[in-house]
Design a protein around this ligand. Structure first.
Ligand code: HEM
Length: 283
């Protein structure tokens, strides 16, 4: 990026502070109206409750603020990369998303979006996309070289359903191919993906892994959600809780997640006594 382009990006910081959420909300509406197939990749509940547009707005703002030295954002980008690899985001997605982002900047800013500003954001996005693609390539490579590792979605079968309480059901998930499963670290989570007939969509959701690594299966604990159940997050948990039975299949992605709480816990402390990861509570 040129010095002038970096200046232009820094000059948009006040606009992003004021209207970042407007921009990302417009961006996602644009993405899903032009590329509705991406509704199967995103958790539409996090669109409905505004969490994902807010997360993206914060990430874009942080990037603009640190355009002189984006390396300070590496731990954040690494965390996002874990989430992306858990949802099978691939390099080719970045071009598509970039086109929607630049078009959204033009549509939201109107006359203020000069050709020079759009060029600067195109260059800035390209730089960020390269960083993220690189991080994610490293994560995918590590995932696939682990014993029992894989990338993307792998079919699993529910072999056991254990009612832990009237509200919580534990599911034991085994790979359909009967191969090994990669060991997970304390605090890591996996994504599951299943078809929700109410939405006519495949939908992903993250769950903490609640068993010790054993090479054979993962256990997740699913809470029955009461009250208003139109939110996608609740629909997924309730579908797992009430509909999915032993023998049913769902798709699972490899365990990921960097848990700052668990990182420095001595190995001598049994995992049952370690703090849970606050980022991804059992849902
Ligand atoms: C430079 C470009 C990108 C940035 C800055 C970005 C940023 C983010 C952030 C901040 C999150 C939230 C992370 C979390 O919950 O911990 C996220 C999640 C996600 N991102 Fe990206 N992302 C980018 C590109 C992409 C691309 C190319 C795709 C592919 C379609 C994608 C798909 C997703 C999905 C599916 C989620 C999960 C959202 C959900 O829960 O529904 N992202 N991203």
């Amino acid at each position: 990026m040129t010095t002038d382009q970096k200046q232009l990006i820094k000059a948009t910081v006040p606009v992003l502070k004021q209207s970042g959420l407007l921009l990302t909300t417009h961006f996602y509406q644009r993405v899903f109206s032009i590329n509705p197939e991406l509704k199967h990749t995103f958790n539409m509940g996090n669109q409905q409750n505004g969490r994902q547009p807010a997360a993206l707005a914060m990430a874009v703002l942080a990037y603009a603020e640190n355009i002189e030295d984006p390396s300070v954002l590496l731990s954040t980008l690494n965390r996002i990369g874990h989430k992306h690899t858990s949802l099978a985001v691939r390099p080719e997605h970045y071009d598509l998303i970039g086109r929607h982002l630049i078009a959204s900047i033009g549509e939201v800013l109107g006359d203020a979006a000069t050709p020079a500003l759009l060029d600067a954001w195109t260059a800035a996005y390209g730089q960020l996309a390269s960083l993220m693609i690189g991080i994610e390539a490293g994560l995918y490579a590590a995932q696939v070289t682990k014993p029992g590792g894989w990338t993307g979605w792998r079919p699993f079968v529910v072999r056991a359903r254990i009612e832990e309480s009237s509200e919580v059901t534990a599911l034991h998930l085994y790979p359909v191919d009967e191969g090994l499963v990669a060991d997970h670290q304390p605090g890591q989570y996996l994504s599951i993906r299943l078809f929700l007939p109410q939405l006519n969509l495949l939908q992903p959701r993250q769950y903490s892994i609640t068993n010790e690594p054993n090479g054979l299966f993962y256990c997740i604990s699913v809470k029955h959600e009461t009250g208003e159940t139109t939110s996608t997050n609740k629909l997924i948990s309730n579908h797992l809780h009430a509909v999915v039975q032993e023998g049913d299949r769902l798709e699972v992605s490899v365990p990921v997640g960097v848990c700052p709480v668990a990182v420095n816990v001595p190995k001598s402390v049994p995992s049952t006594q370690r703090s849970g990861c606050p980022m991804h509570q059992v849902a």
